[in-house]
Design a protein around this ligand. Structure first.
Ligand code: S3P
Length: 453
């Protein structure tokens, strides 16, 4: 693989293109960066806590940097995110301490930043905020957060398309509690409502159709909030206001959604064997491991332990024969970000893999069902796109091609693995998108290939 952009951890130039030569094994150890969801939350909860929060293993990628920049614009002191091996230190301003910013808050590409901030800022009485983002984020549905905040809790949020598309204006006010049923399982929606509940006049209960990732519940409890989880499979979450959050030390585990590229990469690339230490294995995130096991992938989990209330372990994965998988709506929330890379896995498995109940993918950073279908077809793949999923019969022979991330970080990295196993070289345009969640991805890929020979 040759890399025209600078071969450092700094983000490649805008619209950078990466050349990928197939035929290399992936060998060695790869330390994946910190979990993106936990990184956002540790910054946000640290900011509204009393006292200092020290974050080890923070993901220094574009998305958490957006959260940090928004918080800094509201008067929170945060040490630099990218300082190698240095923890990030957040000086909390307390639940009512965020200042009215002098400019719009730019959430960049980050849905988590915008949705969680909407919930948090809605209750900041007497202050006005405007939230915006890049072209992708300004098209993403915010009504799923602004509507329940306004209709059930009395928030004042205004914007385009009846307050459902950014830029959004938030006039902070006294919120009321309530019992809110959500129509899609979404940790971003749930977390926004829980954050709004911190300053509401009574408790807020969120009831999801399926349980989404529970990092907010775990971390809010660890910071001292009164959060109760109940109902079948923990679909009911209640937060009672009135507690003071206290700053603490957070250890961020490796992101299983970033590990996913290597797990699938090694499983489908002949001769590969990888070890991934210290990956977060929160049970609301481990759907990918279950699917890989169903496929017969050679996967081992070692040295399980808990770090700051989150399970972590080392993962070992090797290439081997793979069978097909089937993913339905119950499983989707537990692997929602891994579906693009699983589409690649399906191409190299023997049999027909099916994904359904995954309509949510159409409103991620891009319409991931459409973009993955379009890009994989460029390589000669046969992919059937349905209204809410994909059907892929494998194994297939792919040809190297001119590919495009279409600005989506997870698409860029998923296509890299398809390209590694194609016939002939490929170019991935817009490869810089990977920096949204995984700034060192291209460099690590090159190192693993070099180790594999
Ligand atoms: C996230 C939740 C998921 C996920 C996103 C991060 C979070 O989105 O896709 O990458 O940190 O809460 P939804 O909760 O909207 O499904």
């Amino acid at each position: 693989m040759s890399r025209p952009a600078a071969a450092t951890d700094s983000p490649p130039a805008e619209n950078s293109s990466i050349a990928i030569e197939p035929g290399h094994r992936l060998r060695g150890e790869v330390v994946v960066p910190g979990d993106k969801s936990i990184s956002h939350r540790s910054l946000l909860f640290g900011a509204i806590a009393e006292g200092t929060t020290t974050i080890h293993g923070m993901l220094a990628a574009a998305d958490p940097c957006s959260t940090a920049a928004c918080l800094q614009a509201m008067g929170v002191t945060i040490s630099p995110l990218g300082a190698r091996d240095q923890p990030v230190v957040v000086e909390g301003v307390g639940l009512d301490g965020l200042q009215e910013p002098g400019d719009v808050l730019n959430c960049g590409n980050s849905g988590t930043t915008m949705r969680l901030l909407l919930g948090l800022l809605a209750g900041c009485k007497g202050r006005y905020f405007v939230l915006t983002g890049d072209a992708s984020l300004r098209q993403r549905p915010m009504g799923r957060v602004s509507r329940p905040l306004c209709q059930a809790m009395g928030a004042r949020i205004h914007g385009r398309a009846n307050g459902t598309l950014a830029p959004l204006g938030v006039s902070g006010c006294q919120l009321q509690g309530g019992v809110i049923g959500t129509s899609v399982p979404s940790a971003q929606v749930k977390s926004a409502l829980l954050l709004a509940g911190l300053t509401a006049s009574s408790s807020v209960s969120v009831i999801e159709p399926n349980r989404s990732r529970d990092h907010s519940e775990r971390m809010l409890q660890a910071f001292g909030a009164d959060v109760q989880v109940s109902g079948d499979y923990g679909r009911h979450v209640q937060l009672k206001p009135g507690r003071i959050l206290r700053g603490r030390t957070v250890h961020v585990p490796g992101d299983i959604s970033s590990a996913a590229f290597w797990l699938v990469g090694a499983a489908v690339t002949p001769g590969s064997r990888l070890r991934l230490p210290h990956v977060g294995l929160n049970p609301t995130r481990t759907g990918l491991l279950e699917v890989l096991r169903t496929m017969g992938a050679r996967l081992q989990v070692e040295n399980r332990k808990h770090v700051t209330g989150e399970p972590v372990a080392n993962l070992l994965v090797e290439h081997g024969p793979l069978g097909p998988f089937s993913i339905g709506p119950d499983l989707v929330p537990r692997l929602v970000d891994e579906i693009p890379v699983l589409a690649v896995a399906a191409l190299f498995a023997e049999g027909t893999s099916r994904i359904h109940g995954a309509r949510e993918l159409r409103v991620k950073e891009t319409d991931r069902l459409a973009v993955m279908t379009r890009q994989l077809r460029t390589m000669g793949a046969v992919v059937e796109e349905t209204a809410d999923g994909l059907v892929i019969e494998g194994p297939q022979t792919l040809r190297g091609a001119q590919l495009d991330s279409e600005t989506d970080h997870r698409v860029a990295m998923s296509l890299a693995l398809a390209a590694l196993n194609a016939h002939g070289p490929s170019h991935i345009h817009g490869a810089d998108a990977a920096g949204v969640s995984y700034p060192g991805f291209w460099q690590q890929l090159r190192q693993l290939q070099a180790a594999g020979g």
